[in-house]
Design a binder for this molecule. Structure first.
Ligand SMILES: Cc1cc2nc3c(=O)[nH]c(=O)nc-3n(C[C@H](O)[C@H](O)[C@H](O)COP(=O)(O)O)c2cc1C
Length: 155
């Protein structure tokens, strides 16, 4: 049987956001999780086929000018219609790195994924304010929770 695939689509334009993305990946690839294939693709490179091949998605973005990164928006612009009829119910989780807010990004992403009929498996993780090592731990936990849930067939 093919392994289940968890797709991580994360925009990481800085050292801090790179640490968050890497923590999500490390958590998802934790050794005690069985047969889950974890794939990380930058939003500008991710294609509709990558989404169609996945059974769960983690989205990661910065907040820029009160909204998700242009890169993540471009991802949605390109995958929306090719995936609309084929990924309803897709379990997803979202993390946001925001200097001081994050609400506009949360609203923007939730509007789009509501249209896609994707299903949030947990509240968005908003890493807000001065960078904190706790963000890294939370991102690691997010990756682990998603991969373990997918592995266990909870979603
Ligand atoms: C052009 C620009 C616009 C930004 N706009 C927002 C914003 O609207 N809300 C917010 O919370 N943070 C904003 N930020 C802060 C970024 O979210 C933050 O710098 C980014 O997530 C990278 O995190 P880091 O600085 O810890 O590497 C902005 C940053 C830039 C460069």
């Amino acid at each position: 049987m093919n392994p289940k695939r968890l797709l991580v689509v994360a925009h990481a334009p800085s050292a801090n956001t790179g640490r968050l993305r890497d923590a999500v990946m490390a958590g998802a690839r934790a050794s005690d999780i069985g047969a889950v294939d974890v794939q990380c693709i930058a939003p500008l490179a991710a294609q509709p086929e990558d989404v169609l091949a996945a059974q769960a998605v983690i989205l990661g973005t910065t907040e820029n000018l009160g909204y998700m990164s242009g890169a993540l928006k471009d991802f949605f612009d390109r995958i929306y219609y090719p995936c609309l009829e084929k990924t309803q119910g897709m379990p997803y989780a979202l993390y946001i790195r925001a200097g001081l807010d994050g609400t506009g990004t949360r609203r923007g992403v939730e509007t789009i994924v509501t249209g896609l009929r994707w299903r949030a498996v947990q509240d968005p993780l908003i890493c807000r304010g001065e960078f904190d090592g706790a963000f890294v731990r939370s991102c690691r936990d997010l990756g682990t929770a998603m991969a373990a849930g997918l592995d266990a067939g909870i979603f």
